[in-house]
Design a protein around this ligand. Structure first.
Ligand code: TYD
Length: 146
């Protein structure tokens, strides 16, 4: 479990999803947002990746993670994130770089409805590890029962 002492606002943990306002330094020259792992974010950022040039009819995601914590940000454009933690399904429309969607472990996620200019930035608590993925929905449901 990541170090959570520095942050109080996050409902961090297994099965959790939550949208947060990101800190912003406004300026008449434009906004600036800085995110520091272990400070604003309750996990150390070990990896960033981003999705871009996504066809508008494409589906991404379609999996859950066993240990990974992520913050998903629509850096540009918009897209939809549907989540399912086995108890509750939610749908989030992300369309601003000023908000981030936290997704905890054991949350199935499907991303769709990408606008033509969408860039989906992901801050992740771990380096890439295929063994951390659950890519089969029935297997995911089975894991939740254990
Ligand atoms: P995947 O996580 O399934 O993409 P998404 O959830 O965005 O649809 O990853 C797609 C491919 O990219 C898969 O072969 C694994 C690889 N990949 C990496 O090599 N490193 C990474 O950090 C990520 C996120 C994916």
């Amino acid at each position: 479990m990541p170090d959570i002492k520095a942050f109080s606002g996050f409902q961090l943990g297994i099965g959790k999803t939550q949208v947060f306002d990101l800190p912003v330094i406004p300026d008449n020259r434009g906004n600036l947002t800085a995110i520091e792992g272990g400070k604003f974010l309750p996990f150390t950022i070990k990896r960033i990746y981003y999705l871009y040039d996504v066809p508008t009819n494409a589906y991404r995601g379609g999996h859950a993670h066993r240990a990974l914590h992520q913050l998903v940000i629509a850096i540009s454009g918009s897209f939809e994130v549907k989540t399912d933690n086995g108890v509750k399904r939610d749908s989030y429309f992300l369309n601003t770089a000023g908000k981030g969607l936290y997704i905890g472990p054991y949350v199935w996620r499907d991303l769709s409805n990408f606008s033509s200019n969408a860039v989906c930035l992901v801050l992740a608590s771990e380096v890439y590890d295929e063994a951390d993925y659950i890519r089969d929905f029935d297997q995911f449901k089975g894991c939740l029962k254990k």
